[in-house]
Design a protein around this ligand. Structure first.
Ligand code: FHN
Length: 437
């Protein structure tokens, strides 16, 4: 009898544990809403933007941290206009914006009360950048989110990991309990003041290493569950760019520069794509760099960005495309020009991306597909590719070019296979989206 009671108790606690880890209703709804957005703008902005050499300048140039931090007294982005930024993002077709509230350099873009003063309040600019952006985003109905660095190149209490140990921080006094208190204080402020949709973590990998057998080891227990619980308690989602398998409490699976499942840039080796979470691929607009780099004039084209958005959507993922504003507070001219054209494309073809899921047909390379309900969208990405054959799910009644509304030629074979053939003239590659109903 005693044995049976113990067995029942064990079974009951297993069920409770399962129930406890099931996402709550708000969370399910928030994940779904996030996945439907499909296109967001990432912003890397901080003191590094004034140095104009990318966001890793302090680390890569082995600078003295105290000397670097003096830039706080010269940070005065007088051209910053949150409404103008938001106008560009909205026009681009983006549904959300994710900004580096605090990147690895440790400088905070809002007047935080819980740090040692390394924040916007102590610059000559003084204005609350996140606050202004939050207002502008709210007016335009764009969701604002925050990137938050777990590692820190400024604070003395952060226990430096493999990357951070090379930064010249004087008089380090590693104390994770103190550093975690600081992070939780900042995250509480960020959520209570600015109401983000998610907090996007980065830097856990500072404490990752591979042993002789290639097994992953960790030199710090970040106690991330406590931080994630704090965030979930405020009904905000969590993403973590750990470059490792997602933890159960992470709501969004993050892929840096990799198409989910393809490890295209090599950051997500052997990571299984989660079926029960929204996915997000982040990537760069300015060649190979996140923070603004002067002299780097190579940007992705509008066609590149559109192809990336639809490829991501065809894999059930959002695309978070990065722009690095400069130290004056302006978005690079090239970025604005590219985004303007991307927005024109979205105005004509947005239905094939927003609120869609993977289409599940086509080869996934020259032609990719997305789906909404019974409608299928075929994106002809390779101008050389003019036709495609596949088995549709139901009876096909209409096939047309989504942007122009013009009918597109199709044939249904005796075995039910559908062949769709597009007419493509030079230069019209941008609008080769076919709607199949
Ligand atoms: O080190 C960062 C880098 O600066 C940038 O923020 C990207 C964005 O995904 N993440 C890190 C590298 O994994």
């Amino acid at each position: 009898m005693k044995k049976l009671t113990v067995m029942l108790l064990v079974a009951a606690s297993a069920i409770c544990a399962q129930a406890g880890s099931a996402p709550e209703q708000w969370n399910v709804a928030a994940r779904k809403a996030f996945a439907a957005e499909r296109f967001g703008i990432f912003l890397h902005w901080g003191l590094y933007s004034n140095y104009a050499q990318g966001e890793w300048y302090l680390q890569t140039h082995k600078l003295d941290e105290d000397a670097y931090a003096r830039m706080m007294y010269g940070f005065c982005p007088s051209k910053f206009d949150a409404r103008e930024w938001v106008r560009v993002f909205k026009k681009a077709g983006a549904k959300y914006v994710t900004i580096t509230a605090r990147h690895h350099e440790g400088f905070s873009l809002w007047p935080t009360k819980v740090d040692d003063g390394y924040n916007i309040a102590n610059t000559p600019f003084k204005r609350d950048i996140l606050g202004e952006l939050a207002i502008a985003c709210k007016e335009a109905r764009l969701q604002l989110n925050f990137y938050y660095s777990l590692l820190d190149w400024h604070r003395k209490d952060y226990p430096a990991g493999f990357v951070t140990q090379n930064v010249k921080v004087r008089d380090r006094k590693p104390d994770y309990a103190s550093y975690k208190r600081f992070m939780m204080g900042q995250i509480t402020e960020l959520i209570d003041r600015y109401h983000p949709g998610y907090i996007w973590f980065d830097g856990e990998w500072d404490h990752h290493f591979r042993d002789d057998k290639g097994e992953l080891g960790r030199t710090l227990d970040w106690e991330l569950d406590d931080i994630f619980d704090l965030i979930h308690g405020k009904h905000v989602l969590v993403a973590n760019n750990s470059h490792q398998a997602s933890r159960p409490k992470e709501d969004i699976q993050a892929f840096e520069r990799d198409l989910p499942g393809e490890n295209s840039a090599g950051y997500s080796e052997s990571i299984t794509v989660m079926k029960d979470r929204p996915l997000e691929q982040c990537d760069v607009l300015q060649n190979g760099i996140w923070g603004y780099r002067i002299g780097e004039s190579s940007f992705r084209t509008p066609e590149d960005v559109v192809a990336m958005v639809v490829r991501a959507a065809s894999k059930n993922a959002n695309l978070l495309m990065n722009i690095g504003p400069d130290g004056s507070g302006q978005l690079p001219e090239q970025a604005v020009a590219v985004m303007d054209k991307v927005g024109d494309w979205f105005a004509r073809n947005g239905a094939s991306v927003y609120g869609t899921s993977a289409g599940g047909v086509a080869d996934g390379k020259d032609v990719v597909s997305t789906r909404k309900g019974k409608t299928l969208y075929l994106h002809f990405l390779n101008p050389e590719k003019k036709s495609i054959t596949f088995k549709p799910q139901g009876k096909v009644t209409s096939v047309r070019n989504l942007a122009t509304g013009k009918p597109v030629a199709f044939e249904v074979a005796a075995d039910g296979a559908l062949t769709v053939t597009v007419e493509r003239a030079a230069g019209d590659g941008f609008d080769a989206v076919v709607e199949v109903k």
